[in-house]
Ligand binder design. Sequence first.
Ligand code: S3P
Length: 437
Amino acid sequence: MPAPRLRGTLHLPADKSIAHRALLFTAMGHGTATVAMHRPGADVRSTIAAIAALGALTTQSTGDDGALVLTIAGGGRSDSAALPGSDPVTLDCGNSGTLMRLLTGAATTRAGRTTLTGDASLSTRPMERVAVPLRAMGAKVTTSDGHAPVVVDGGAHLTATAHSLPVASAQVLGAIALAAVTADGTTTITTPGPTRDHTERLLAFLGAPVTREDHATTLTGPTGWECRDITVPADPSAAAFWLVTGAIHPDADITLADVGLNPTRTGIIRILERMGARIDVTPAGTVGPEPAGTLRVRSGPRLTAVDLTADDVADVIDELPVLAVAMAAASGTSTVRDAAELRVKESDRIALTVAGLRALGVDAEELPDGWRITGAPVRATPSATRAVVATAADHRIAMAFTVANLAGVGTTDCDVDDLACADVSYPGFLDDLGALT
Ligand code: S3P
């Protein structure tokens, strides 16, 4: 049902991509440091549980600003990074592909056997894409028919290798970089397109010899780092739900505080602006190695259609379901192409996004690598009908269709069949929604 008016300032959960890395890289470093973050989602809590199971988590407390502060003792030396421990350990990665893939690389630095398991969704996702390049370096990694459980026998001698990845994946790149810290020499990882660069920024912040240029990351090993305190900014992928809502709603003024503004993550702002959205960005310096600032979105003229291809897709890969909601409200026909990766995320996000929009009465069509959507003006009044949108327990699908309902997209109101899954990346999503309405 459309909300009449949306107002308020939100302090969003910590960036999932940065939080996973801050926790793991600290657990691989030398010495002790803190990682501070607000409202970690279930995926990040899986990483916290994993480093606790490895014996790296010393204490958890609440900072003056309400942030969760984790004190971590790394398992590495200053010249050689390593996850702690040598006993066999099984780590449950829950729903998190990023955790499982990064850990596959990181576990090569541990002396013992590490077994990585995940939930039903994660257990269907492709893991050979990370095992293959690691094996090429000499790592002992097995998957179960290409999937979890993944077993890593750490401590093998690794060889610095040049990799050319078939998919532009920051997760796979990160896994290789973490293994490369113990290899003697320079490992190069070239991707077919841009990737989010949190691994490179954070490793460089910690002092590791890493560079990224022209879609190629190089890291020279063996290397280690001294742990440093890290604060994680708020998640631009969580901000995306409110940026889209504010841009299509007729009476919205929403402010989002301390959001990460890494240019490899702010494609959502650039694309919404291309569609005509009114978004003010106020940079506020850097949080550790990451830029951050305040975002404000206000209602404006109706958005116009946009066509997205490979160049745009990498920067908004996680935001495409909610961008589809913006497309469904825009004038004209929008397309997304070159986004076949969406089919192997937490769900088949192409199939579910299009099916959900169609359930709302939106003119939407599935393409092999994206979709075509013809928009219609949002409704200011509730409809007499109420559709149920299938989410396959995918957090981003659940939140995208919840904000579609809030903004009156399509010809019918809707409920999602599972909103509890929002907790994966955005604990307190419904509270924030309530605060705005
Ligand atoms: C992530 C990279 C992206 C993204 C995922 C988080 C990361 O996946 O979709 O949500 O933190 O490295 P790919 O690496 O598969 O592109």
